[in-house]
Design a protein around this ligand. Structure first.
Ligand code: AMP
Ligand code: FE
Ligand code: FE
Ligand code: ZN
Length: 287
Protein backbone atom coordinates (compact mmCIF):
# COMPACT_ATOMS: atom_id res chain seq x y z
CA UNK A 1 0.00 0.00 0.00
CA UNK A 2 1.38 3.37 -1.02
CA UNK A 3 -0.33 6.20 0.83
CA UNK A 4 0.38 9.93 0.36
CA UNK A 5 -1.73 12.19 2.59
CA UNK A 6 -0.64 15.72 1.66
CA UNK A 7 -1.00 17.20 -1.85
CA UNK A 8 -2.06 20.46 -3.48
CA UNK A 9 -3.96 21.22 -6.70
CA UNK A 10 -4.96 24.36 -8.57
CA UNK A 11 -7.66 24.78 -5.90
CA UNK A 12 -4.74 26.34 -3.99
CA UNK A 13 -1.07 26.65 -4.90
CA UNK A 14 -0.45 23.43 -6.84
CA UNK A 15 -0.21 23.26 -10.63
CA UNK A 16 -2.24 20.08 -11.35
CA UNK A 17 -5.99 20.48 -11.58
CA UNK A 18 -7.75 18.16 -9.08
CA UNK A 19 -8.53 15.77 -11.98
CA UNK A 20 -4.90 15.77 -13.12
CA UNK A 21 -3.75 15.25 -9.55
CA UNK A 22 -5.72 12.03 -9.02
CA UNK A 23 -4.67 10.76 -12.48
CA UNK A 24 -1.03 11.47 -11.62
CA UNK A 25 -1.45 9.79 -8.23
CA UNK A 26 -2.65 6.59 -9.92
CA UNK A 27 0.15 6.83 -12.49
CA UNK A 28 2.68 7.22 -9.65
CA UNK A 29 1.48 3.90 -8.21
CA UNK A 30 -0.34 5.32 -5.21
CA UNK A 31 -3.19 3.34 -3.62
CA UNK A 32 -4.37 6.23 -1.48
CA UNK A 33 -4.02 9.98 -1.97
CA UNK A 34 -5.31 12.88 0.12
CA UNK A 35 -6.15 16.20 -1.49
CA UNK A 36 -5.24 18.88 1.05
CA UNK A 37 -5.49 22.28 -0.58
CA UNK A 38 -4.87 25.34 1.58
CA UNK A 39 -8.06 26.61 3.27
CA UNK A 40 -10.53 25.19 0.74
CA UNK A 41 -12.52 22.10 -0.21
CA UNK A 42 -13.31 23.50 -3.67
CA UNK A 43 -11.22 20.80 -5.39
CA UNK A 44 -13.01 17.84 -3.75
CA UNK A 45 -15.85 17.42 -6.27
CA UNK A 46 -13.60 17.42 -9.35
CA UNK A 47 -11.16 14.97 -7.71
CA UNK A 48 -14.04 12.61 -6.85
CA UNK A 49 -15.49 12.80 -10.37
CA UNK A 50 -12.13 12.00 -11.94
CA UNK A 51 -11.04 9.33 -9.43
CA UNK A 52 -9.32 6.48 -11.35
CA UNK A 53 -10.52 2.90 -10.64
CA UNK A 54 -9.05 1.49 -7.43
CA UNK A 55 -7.50 4.73 -6.19
CA UNK A 56 -8.75 5.83 -2.76
CA UNK A 57 -9.30 9.52 -2.10
CA UNK A 58 -9.00 11.04 1.37
CA UNK A 59 -10.65 14.44 1.23
CA UNK A 60 -8.86 17.04 3.31
CA UNK A 61 -7.47 20.54 3.59
CA UNK A 62 -4.45 22.32 5.07
CA UNK A 63 -5.34 25.23 7.32
CA UNK A 64 -2.98 28.13 8.03
CA UNK A 65 -3.14 28.82 11.75
CA UNK A 66 -1.45 30.95 14.36
CA UNK A 67 0.22 29.39 17.37
CA UNK A 68 2.35 30.33 20.33
CA UNK A 69 5.84 29.15 19.40
CA UNK A 70 6.79 28.10 22.94
CA UNK A 71 9.62 30.65 23.01
CA UNK A 72 7.55 33.66 23.98
CA UNK A 73 6.47 34.55 20.44
CA UNK A 74 3.99 33.41 17.81
CA UNK A 75 4.30 31.74 14.45
CA UNK A 76 2.30 30.20 11.61
CA UNK A 77 1.56 26.49 11.74
CA UNK A 78 -0.18 24.37 9.10
CA UNK A 79 -2.88 21.99 10.23
CA UNK A 80 -3.86 19.09 7.98
CA UNK A 81 -7.55 18.27 8.34
CA UNK A 82 -8.98 15.00 7.05
CA UNK A 83 -12.47 13.65 6.39
CA UNK A 84 -14.42 16.49 8.00
CA UNK A 85 -17.90 17.59 6.95
CA UNK A 86 -17.20 20.34 4.37
CA UNK A 87 -20.68 21.79 4.91
CA UNK A 88 -20.32 22.29 8.68
CA UNK A 89 -21.17 25.94 9.31
CA UNK A 90 -17.96 26.77 11.19
CA UNK A 91 -15.81 25.11 8.51
CA UNK A 92 -17.49 27.01 5.68
CA UNK A 93 -17.18 30.30 7.59
CA UNK A 94 -13.52 29.80 8.50
CA UNK A 95 -12.51 28.77 4.98
CA UNK A 96 -14.33 31.77 3.49
CA UNK A 97 -12.70 34.12 5.99
CA UNK A 98 -9.25 32.66 5.34
CA UNK A 99 -9.61 32.82 1.54
CA UNK A 100 -10.84 36.43 1.57
CA UNK A 101 -7.97 37.42 3.87
CA UNK A 102 -5.46 35.62 1.66
CA UNK A 103 -6.71 37.45 -1.46
CA UNK A 104 -6.33 40.81 0.27
CA UNK A 105 -2.91 39.83 1.48
CA UNK A 106 -1.79 38.67 -1.97
CA UNK A 107 -2.99 41.97 -3.43
CA UNK A 108 -1.02 43.88 -0.75
CA UNK A 109 2.19 41.94 -1.33
CA UNK A 110 1.92 42.07 -5.13
CA UNK A 111 0.94 45.77 -5.00
CA UNK A 112 4.03 46.67 -2.99
CA UNK A 113 6.21 44.68 -5.36
CA UNK A 114 4.60 46.32 -8.40
CA UNK A 115 5.33 49.76 -6.88
CA UNK A 116 8.99 48.75 -6.70
CA UNK A 117 8.95 47.76 -10.36
CA UNK A 118 8.40 44.02 -10.13
CA UNK A 119 6.51 42.55 -13.12
CA UNK A 120 3.40 41.56 -11.14
CA UNK A 121 -0.14 42.91 -11.47
CA UNK A 122 -2.31 42.27 -8.37
CA UNK A 123 -5.62 42.51 -10.27
CA UNK A 124 -4.46 40.13 -12.96
CA UNK A 125 -3.17 37.66 -10.36
CA UNK A 126 -6.49 37.62 -8.50
CA UNK A 127 -8.58 37.46 -11.68
CA UNK A 128 -6.68 34.35 -12.83
CA UNK A 129 -7.53 32.33 -9.70
CA UNK A 130 -10.20 29.61 -10.07
CA UNK A 131 -13.52 30.12 -8.26
CA UNK A 132 -13.32 29.09 -4.59
CA UNK A 133 -9.56 28.62 -4.75
CA UNK A 134 -6.98 29.93 -2.31
CA UNK A 135 -4.39 32.57 -3.15
CA UNK A 136 -0.82 32.09 -1.98
CA UNK A 137 2.69 33.40 -2.42
CA UNK A 138 3.40 30.72 -5.07
CA UNK A 139 1.01 32.63 -7.36
CA UNK A 140 3.32 35.64 -7.16
CA UNK A 141 6.32 33.34 -7.55
CA UNK A 142 4.84 31.83 -10.73
CA UNK A 143 4.26 35.32 -12.14
CA UNK A 144 7.93 36.14 -11.50
CA UNK A 145 8.93 32.91 -13.27
CA UNK A 146 6.67 33.73 -16.25
CA UNK A 147 8.24 37.20 -16.44
CA UNK A 148 11.69 35.62 -16.54
CA UNK A 149 12.88 37.42 -13.40
CA UNK A 150 13.65 34.12 -11.67
CA UNK A 151 13.90 30.62 -13.07
CA UNK A 152 12.08 28.69 -10.35
CA UNK A 153 9.43 29.18 -7.65
CA UNK A 154 12.05 28.21 -5.06
CA UNK A 155 14.35 30.97 -6.33
CA UNK A 156 11.48 33.48 -6.04
CA UNK A 157 11.00 32.43 -2.40
CA UNK A 158 14.70 32.57 -1.64
CA UNK A 159 15.16 36.02 -3.12
CA UNK A 160 11.86 37.84 -2.57
CA UNK A 161 8.98 35.97 -0.98
CA UNK A 162 10.24 34.23 2.18
CA UNK A 163 9.00 35.19 5.64
CA UNK A 164 12.03 37.41 6.25
CA UNK A 165 11.70 39.25 2.93
CA UNK A 166 10.67 42.92 2.78
CA UNK A 167 7.42 42.22 0.91
CA UNK A 168 6.20 39.52 3.27
CA UNK A 169 2.79 40.00 4.83
CA UNK A 170 1.45 37.19 7.02
CA UNK A 171 -1.87 35.67 5.96
CA UNK A 172 -4.83 35.96 8.34
CA UNK A 173 -4.87 32.90 10.52
CA UNK A 174 -7.18 31.45 13.15
CA UNK A 175 -5.67 30.28 16.46
CA UNK A 176 -4.64 26.64 15.98
CA UNK A 177 -6.67 25.51 19.01
CA UNK A 178 -9.80 26.97 17.38
CA UNK A 179 -9.11 25.20 14.09
CA UNK A 180 -8.52 21.88 15.87
CA UNK A 181 -11.88 22.30 17.58
CA UNK A 182 -13.70 23.37 14.39
CA UNK A 183 -12.42 20.37 12.42
CA UNK A 184 -12.94 17.89 15.26
CA UNK A 185 -16.51 19.15 15.76
CA UNK A 186 -17.07 18.64 12.02
CA UNK A 187 -16.08 14.97 12.41
CA UNK A 188 -12.59 15.45 11.03
CA UNK A 189 -9.11 14.44 12.16
CA UNK A 190 -6.24 16.93 12.57
CA UNK A 191 -2.56 16.32 11.89
CA UNK A 192 0.09 19.01 12.38
CA UNK A 193 1.95 19.51 9.07
CA UNK A 194 5.76 19.81 8.79
CA UNK A 195 6.03 21.10 12.38
CA UNK A 196 9.84 20.98 12.52
CA UNK A 197 10.61 22.36 9.02
CA UNK A 198 13.05 24.81 10.59
CA UNK A 199 14.35 26.37 7.36
CA UNK A 200 10.84 27.67 6.53
CA UNK A 201 10.88 30.09 9.46
CA UNK A 202 10.01 30.01 13.15
CA UNK A 203 8.73 26.63 14.38
CA UNK A 204 6.95 25.55 17.54
CA UNK A 205 8.56 23.60 20.39
CA UNK A 206 7.76 20.06 21.49
CA UNK A 207 6.08 21.57 24.55
CA UNK A 208 3.54 23.36 22.32
CA UNK A 209 2.80 20.14 20.43
CA UNK A 210 2.13 18.49 23.79
CA UNK A 211 -0.39 21.23 24.62
CA UNK A 212 -2.06 20.87 21.21
CA UNK A 213 -2.35 17.11 21.77
CA UNK A 214 -4.22 18.00 24.96
CA UNK A 215 -6.46 20.28 22.90
CA UNK A 216 -7.46 17.45 20.54
CA UNK A 217 -4.69 17.29 17.94
CA UNK A 218 -4.73 13.72 16.57
CA UNK A 219 -1.39 13.43 14.84
CA UNK A 220 1.86 14.85 13.50
CA UNK A 221 3.38 14.65 10.04
CA UNK A 222 6.79 13.03 10.58
CA UNK A 223 8.13 12.06 7.17
CA UNK A 224 8.03 15.28 5.15
CA UNK A 225 10.59 16.46 2.56
CA UNK A 226 11.36 19.55 4.69
CA UNK A 227 12.21 17.44 7.79
CA UNK A 228 15.80 16.34 8.28
CA UNK A 229 16.63 13.07 10.06
CA UNK A 230 16.85 14.74 13.46
CA UNK A 231 13.45 16.42 13.08
CA UNK A 232 11.87 13.09 12.10
CA UNK A 233 13.35 11.28 15.09
CA UNK A 234 12.25 14.00 17.52
CA UNK A 235 8.71 14.00 16.14
CA UNK A 236 8.47 10.20 16.09
CA UNK A 237 9.57 10.00 19.72
CA UNK A 238 7.22 12.79 20.73
CA UNK A 239 4.29 11.13 18.95
CA UNK A 240 5.04 7.84 20.72
CA UNK A 241 5.11 9.63 24.09
CA UNK A 242 1.85 11.47 23.43
CA UNK A 243 0.01 8.66 21.64
CA UNK A 244 -0.31 10.66 18.42
CA UNK A 245 -0.84 9.31 14.91
CA UNK A 246 2.22 9.74 12.64
CA UNK A 247 2.05 10.32 8.90
CA UNK A 248 4.42 10.70 5.96
CA UNK A 249 3.58 12.64 2.81
CA UNK A 250 5.11 14.41 -0.15
CA UNK A 251 3.37 17.83 0.07
CA UNK A 252 3.23 17.61 -3.74
CA UNK A 253 2.57 20.94 -5.50
CA UNK A 254 2.92 19.90 -9.15
CA UNK A 255 5.69 21.76 -10.95
CA UNK A 256 5.89 24.38 -8.17
CA UNK A 257 8.21 22.15 -6.17
CA UNK A 258 10.66 19.44 -7.15
CA UNK A 259 8.78 16.75 -5.23
CA UNK A 260 7.26 13.53 -6.50
CA UNK A 261 3.89 12.10 -5.48
CA UNK A 262 4.56 9.28 -3.03
CA UNK A 263 8.05 10.55 -2.23
CA UNK A 264 7.15 10.08 1.44
CA UNK A 265 4.37 7.76 2.59
CA UNK A 266 2.07 6.87 5.51
CA UNK A 267 1.62 3.34 6.89
CA UNK A 268 -1.74 1.54 6.41
CA UNK A 269 -2.10 1.27 10.21
CA UNK A 270 -1.91 5.03 10.59
CA UNK A 271 -4.41 5.59 7.78
CA UNK A 272 -6.74 3.15 9.56
CA UNK A 273 -6.34 5.15 12.77
CA UNK A 274 -7.36 8.32 10.92
CA UNK A 275 -10.32 6.62 9.22
CA UNK A 276 -11.51 5.15 12.54
CA UNK A 277 -11.64 8.56 14.20
CA UNK A 278 -13.30 10.37 11.28
CA UNK A 279 -17.06 10.77 11.04
CA UNK A 280 -17.43 13.79 8.74
CA UNK A 281 -16.64 12.24 5.34
CA UNK A 282 -15.65 8.82 4.01
CA UNK A 283 -12.66 7.59 2.06
CA UNK A 284 -13.94 7.03 -1.50
CA UNK A 285 -12.65 4.32 -3.85
CA UNK A 286 -12.64 5.03 -7.58
CA UNK A 287 -14.81 2.63 -9.60
P1 AMP B 1 1.51 31.24 1.71
O1 AMP B 1 0.54 30.11 2.00
O2 AMP B 1 0.96 32.21 0.76
O3 AMP B 1 2.11 31.84 2.93
O4 AMP B 1 2.73 30.57 0.91
C1 AMP B 1 3.37 29.46 1.47
C2 AMP B 1 3.35 28.35 0.46
O5 AMP B 1 4.38 28.57 -0.47
C3 AMP B 1 3.63 26.99 1.07
O6 AMP B 1 2.44 26.30 1.33
C4 AMP B 1 4.37 26.28 -0.02
O7 AMP B 1 3.43 25.61 -0.78
C5 AMP B 1 4.89 27.34 -0.93
N1 AMP B 1 6.36 27.38 -1.09
C6 AMP B 1 6.99 27.07 -2.22
N2 AMP B 1 8.30 27.21 -2.09
C7 AMP B 1 8.53 27.66 -0.87
C8 AMP B 1 9.71 28.02 -0.15
N3 AMP B 1 10.92 27.91 -0.70
N4 AMP B 1 9.55 28.43 1.12
C9 AMP B 1 8.33 28.52 1.66
N5 AMP B 1 7.18 28.19 1.04
C10 AMP B 1 7.28 27.77 -0.21
FE1 FE C 1 1.41 25.35 -0.51
FE1 FE D 1 2.14 23.46 4.56
ZN1 ZN E 1 1.04 21.65 2.00
Amino acid sequence: MRIDLHTHSTASDGTDTPAELVANAAAAGLDVVALTDHDTTSGWAEALDALPPGLRLVRGAELSCRSADGRGGHCTVHLLAYLFDPDAEAVVAEHARARAGRRRRLATMAGRMAEDGFPVDPDQLLAALPEGSTAGRPHIAMALVRAGLVSTVDEAFERFLNDRGRYYVPSSRAPVETSIETITDAGGVTVLAHAFAHHRGTTITAEVIKELAGAGLAGVEVDHPDHDQEAREQLRDLAADLGLITTGSSDYHGTNKVLRLGQETTSPEMLDAIAERATGAEIVVGS
